[in-house]
Ligand binder design. Sequence first.
Ligand SMILES: [Zn+2]
Length: 266
Amino acid sequence: MYQLNQIPSEAQIKKYLRRIIFGKNIYCPRCKTSHTVVYENRYRCLKCRTKFSLLSYTWLNNMKLSLQQFWLLLYCWTIQIPVRQASTLTSLSDITVYEWYTKFRRHLPADKQILNHLIQLDEAYFGGKQGKALFLAKEVGTRKLAYQLVPKDWITREVASWFLEENIAPYAKLNTDGAAIYKEINKWWPVYHTRDIHKKWEFEKTSEIEGMFGVMRTFIRRMYHHVTVDKLSEIVCEFCYRFSHPEMYGSPRHYLENSLYIVPTR
Ligand SMILES: [Zn+2]
């Protein structure tokens, strides 16, 4: 566990950020020339006269935290420190931590994977009465996932087959439980389909995916305590991303290398 005094210094963090955002040489975010001058913490372009700072053309512009606070907070998020504990560690309010966790989540890179070979698919319900249904598929023996949240009454064969079309390669092997919506699903999307009949105590064919639902519920409860239905979709996205890309969560640097860049100028 990081202690505050083990966090890189402000100067070191600034160096990391500079490297991640600009590479070897500072250039003007607007006209891309490297003819810039630096004064205090600001840069000025000699060609188009744009003034900029290290972060001003990234999603971290207007950051009110010190770089060390920011680094510690990001570290807490990467290693799944619950909001409340992170607030104690960083001396920031619960609300501030929650807002930053949301930002980190929303700047995860896009991640759409088509599943192949052998796939397990199942659905589960989240968020109580007004909640949603989640289709979740996993390529067996890998970290590849595909998911879709839908209103509860959309658990139909049409939606299931649309999910397959979007996420599953044709002619893959598909295992599901015995739910009626999957009956003859191969007539809707070409897969080699096998069903488990739970009543007969056959759970083997969907065991990996059922395990995933358990891990996901624990993650949500631990990390966020409670999630409202409108946030469900992005939390599921965060969970799946964490599962599929564990390398992103080794350190704040890995996360920033994949999510921090200059936003194209307006
Ligand atoms: Zn310029």
